[in-house]
Design a protein around this ligand. Structure first.
Ligand SMILES: *Cc1c(COP(=O)(O)O)cnc(C)c1O
Length: 479
């Protein structure tokens, strides 16, 4: 008898699995009956986790009970149809199964020869998306990343290695001039983080102001590029956003790509959220110009409704990932011989890597491109419906975007700095729905984003009713 039994026996495994599936099913099927937000009692949560101690563990059923109860009790329920929050989707079932499958086979995604199916699935998916984004078939390369933040960092590193031959060996110390990254002030802060991680520092990032339409102000961009050139710096990278996180606004990709070209800058499009529009024939025109990008960030764990950890960096510069990430080693297996393959580890910040691409592939096998087109169209329709319900109730929408994210307030109360936070607090306290706040042109707004393919018109009506009620209460009690 072994002193440990990590496998468990077949009977126990199937009993546990049955129990677990029943629990997960109860959650998955009844997500809408949960409160959207938890009580935040940190002491209670910590003692729930640390008690009992782990010397011998719990019974296995109790252990499963503990972790599922913890996740059900102490979380904002992002898979809830009335979670209108940051782009955290409900995970579709293909994605959930894919994560389970991946954990079981646990393919090693560093060397191609260890997991050729997994490596080729990812390359296939990357190519299909590259083509959809409009890249030339023979120029496409890319890599799965853990999230948009890693994809953006990979893009910045590619851009630097593309521009400076010595970068791989000497790093920033080998550069004569400071490389400068331009993005809009509404770009995701992972660009700043990438600049820090890459050793450039935040001072290398220029936040270009936005114009009335909340897109990057091109006149300001041109002026700032010239200013930096005059101060002997090197404008190297232009980052456009294909759907800003706060306001859902898409920069003018066509014009920005021209400006990048004129100044010989790397053109990166961060389409972590909005990139999903490419899946619908009706909406892909919103991303016009994205085909000019040198690299694109796209998070399948946002609008493709897949579990976390599923992002892609796609590039139209075939050799750049290898140039940036290839390291020669003696110990990595080379038994792929003369095959023209990409070893994943030579393409990525990560080394051993989880098979996250399976989630996208299995979801496409389940639902097809057509299923995704229908889901994207549904999200868009719900976004428009929310806008019209809000307008009917006298709310003003301040972010002009076709994407399903709405920033709104009551224009009579827009100067009252207590209005939005007070109403928001009351709505969150009721735990029936979840929204956030975000400023637009200095005006604090509510922000509601359709993140769930199950969200229906009745959910939108319930949210608007709540907002109307709390607005009324605010007017009677606080003014
Ligand atoms: C969400 C988001 C990111 C960050 O992506 P993670 O997957 O959370 O790392 C980056 N850029 C944009 C535009 C985003 O919306």
């Amino acid at each position: 008898m072994k002193s440990f039994d990590f496998d468990l026996d077949a009977e126990e495994r199937s009993a546990l699995l049955k129990e677990l599936v029943a629990r997960l099913e109860a959650y998955y099927q009844n997500t809408s009956t949960f409160s959207t937000s938890p009580e935040l009692n940190i002491q209670e949560i910590r003692s729930f986790i640390s008690n009992p101690n782990l010397a011998n563990g719990l019974s296995k059923i109790e252990a499963l009970e503990k972790v599922t109860a913890g996740l059900e009790k102490y979380a904002v329920h992002t898979p809830h149809p009335k979670y209108f929050g940051l782009y955290n989707p409900r995970a579709n079932y293909a994605g959930i199964l894919a994560d389970f499958i991946t954990a079981t086979y646990n393919p090693q995604m560093a060397a191609w020869s260890h997991a050729p199916f997994a490596a080729e699935v990812e390359q296939y998916v990357i190519h299909e998306f590259g083509k959809r984004f409009g890249f030339r078939d023979d120029s496409i390369d890319g890599v799965f990343c853990t999230g948009g933040a890693e994809a953006n960092l990979s893009a910045i590193l590619c851009a630097l290695n593309n521009r400076y031959e010595i970068f791989a060996d000497e790093g920033v110390l080998g550069l004569k001039k400071r490389p400068v990254i331009f993005c809009s002030e509404e770009a995701h802060h992972s660009i700043h983080k990438a600049a820090r991680v890459a050793g450039l520092g935040s001072a290398s990032v220029v936040d270009v102001p936005v114009n009335e339409a909340l897109t990057m102000n091109q006149e300001a961009l041109k002026r700032l590029i010239n200013e930096r050139k005059l101060s002997n710096e090197d404008p190297a990278i232009l980052v456009a956003t294909g759907g800003t996180t706060g306001q859902g606004v898409i920069d003018d990709l066509k014009t920005l790509s021209d400006i990048a070209k004129e100044h010989e800058m790397w053109f990166h499009v961060d389409a972590a959220f909005g990139g999903g529009s490419i899946l619908s024939d009706r909406h892909q025109h919103l991303l016009a110009g994205i085909e000019k990008a040198d690299s694109i960030t796209f998070d399948a764990h946002k609008w493709m409704s897949l579990p976390m950890g599923t992002s892609m960096l796609i590039t139209s510069s075939k050799e750049i990932l290898s140039k940036t990430f290839r390291i020669a080693t003696a110990y990595m297996p080379k038994d792929a011989g003369e095959l023209t393959i990409n070893d994943p580890f030579a393409h990525s910040i990560q080394w051993s890597r989880r098979f996250n691409g399976l989630k996208v592939y299995l979801a496409l096998l389940f639902y097809g491109w057509e299923g995704y087109q229908n889901a994207i169209d549904h999200h868009m329709k719900m976004g428009q419906k929310l806008n019209s319900l809000l307008k009917e109730s006298g709310w003003s929408i301040l972010n002009p975007t076709p994407l399903p994210v709405t920033c709104f307030t009551d224009s009579a109360l827009k100067k009252d700095i207590d209005f939005v936070p007070t109403v928001l607090r009351n709505i969150l306290a009721k735990k029936a729905s979840w929204i956030s706040q975000y400023p637009v042109n200095g005006i604090n707004c509510f922000r509601a984003c359709i993140t769930n393919y199950n969200t229906q018109e009745e959910d939108l009506r319930a949210l608007v009713d709540e907002l109307n009620l709390e607005r009324q209460r605010y007017k009677t009690e606080c003014i």
